[in-house]
Design a protein around this ligand. Structure first.
Ligand code: 7TS
Length: 416
């Protein structure tokens, strides 16, 4: 099957939208992606036809809703090649909540004073702040792996910092700022040899490339539905049965118990032990439709499309006078996020000019303040691509940047 971007675009109603009279050019996919008709329809269909609470009811609607909800769990598990999708997939609200769940439920039980939690210099705040919080509580210490000037982890620093005190290695598989793809499998091997668990932030990798948890050898993997065509409000925490069984529940309440007396309770088996209360049934079911959509396209094909468009963007941006591109230059080594700065125009100003041209990018620190400091940048602009983006949208980005030069460039340089 050939990859037909025009046909794909027809599935996304929002891509017909105009902003300020021009066709929308949506290049903020690392923040959240747009939704195809199939996902929107699955959501509406649920509310129109079988809205009911799950697990508890024995009526037809409850059975249908339960089957669809549990079906989405199996889809999510198969998507990342989990060994036991029925038990190893926990639904949360987002990647952030998934990572907080591990930090709290695993960290509080197993971390002791002097233990080390190791993350990387390129983590999103959500794989950094929860570990700092749990370190304060348990007396464990946080450390991080340094990156080189191209935005890649320094191998010697990986080997130097994983030691017998390391209990957790928390690492992003793909940086939301630099696009760097990290060698998770190799790091997981080192970590396991040292007796640490491996927690992978897959918020950017799972939507954009084939990810196989058994090949990676990780203990946990977190990702978000909304970054992979699905609704907001659904996150996944994958954990091996062994790792999840070892943890105590994080939230107590309905659905997560076996037996309750006034004095004490016993907990439900996986995955219910970690899904207290009524979950986000409708959005989880629609997330299942998003996974179907991605699988029909094939993640290899999605990745190939993104490599092509990302390389085109890097090449065009790098050819512009005054553009500084951060991170690896070879698209084959990175995801579809291209971070840059243009002359001394503040990324917020640049983003506003681009919006005049209906080009949506992100500007700021991208929830990675320590990384910004490492890059010696106050903020950056970021264009991030997905499966529906076209090369001519990169051209629109370049044209918008040129326009910003006309608007700000002279003023800024005159004042400098
Ligand atoms: N980890 C990474 C690598 C991310 O890129 C993000 C969101 C998260 C975790 C958190 O995901 P959430 O679904 O819990 O919010 N990244 C971005 C971004 O780059 N711009 O907006 C959100």
């Amino acid at each position: 099957m050939t990859y037909d971007v025009e046909q794909i675009r027809r599935d996304f109603p929002i891509l017909e939208r105009k902003v300020r009279g021009r066709p929308l050019v949506y290049l903020d996919n690392a923040a959240t992606t747009q939704k195809p008709r199939q996902v929107i329809d699955a959501l509406v269909h649920y509310y129109e036809h079988y809205n009911a609470n799950i697990h508890r009811g024995l009526h037809t609607l409850a059975e249908e809703a339960t089957a669809a909800y549990e079906g989405a769990r199996v889809k999510a598990g198969r998507f990342i090649n989990a060994a036991a999708p029925e038990q190893e997939i926990i639904f949360t609200r987002n990647t952030t909540e998934s990572l907080n769940l591990v930090a709290n439920a695993w960290g509080r039980k197993f971390l002791e004073p002097g233990d080390e939690i190791l993350f990387t210099a390129m983590e999103h705040h959500s794989n950094l702040v929860p570990w700092q919080m749990i370190a304060l509580e348990t007396g464990a210490k946080v450390r991080y792996i340094e990156i080189d000037d191209d935005g890649r982890l320094i191998g010697d620093d990986v080997r130097a910092k994983i030691n017998e005190r390391t209990k957790v290695v928390a690492i992003t598989q793909m940086s939301n700022v630099l696009g760097t793809i990290n060698p998770v499998r190799e790091i997981a091997e080192l970590a396991h040899r040292a007796g640490a668990i491996v927690v992978v932030d897959g918020a950017q990798s799972v939507p954009h490339m084939p990810v196989d948890v058994r090949e990676l050898g990780c203990d946990f993997l977190a990702f978000s539905s909304h970054k992979m065509l699905g609704p907001t409000g659904v996150g996944v925490l994958y954990g091996t049965r062994e790792a999840l069984d070892a943890m105590d529940p994080f939230l107590g309440g309905g659905e997560m118990i076996k037996r309750v007396t006034y004095e004490r309770s016993t907990y439900a088996d996986l995955p219910n032990k970690f899904e207290a209360g009524t979950p986000n049934i409708a959005d989880v079911i629609a997330f299942g439709a998003a996974i179907d959509y991605l699988e029909a396209l094939g993640m290899e094909a999605v990745r190939e499309h993104e490599i092509a468009i990302t390389q085109y963007a890097i090449d065009r941006l790098s050819a512009m006078d005054g553009v500084k591109v951060y991170g690896p230059r070879e698209a084959a080594d990175k995801g579809g996020a291209v971070t840059f700065n243009y002359r001394d125009i503040h990324p917020h100003d640049l983003s506003q000019v681009l919006d005049q041209y209906a080009v949506a990018i992100r500007a700021g620190h991208h929830c990675a303040q320590p990384l910004m400091r490492r890059l010696d940048a106050v903020a950056t602009a970021r264009a991030s691509f997905y499966l529906y983006n076209r090369h001519d949208e990169v051209d629109a980005l370049i044209e918008g940047i040129r326009a910003s030069d006309r608007i700000f460039g002279n003023v800024v340089r005159a004042g400098a």
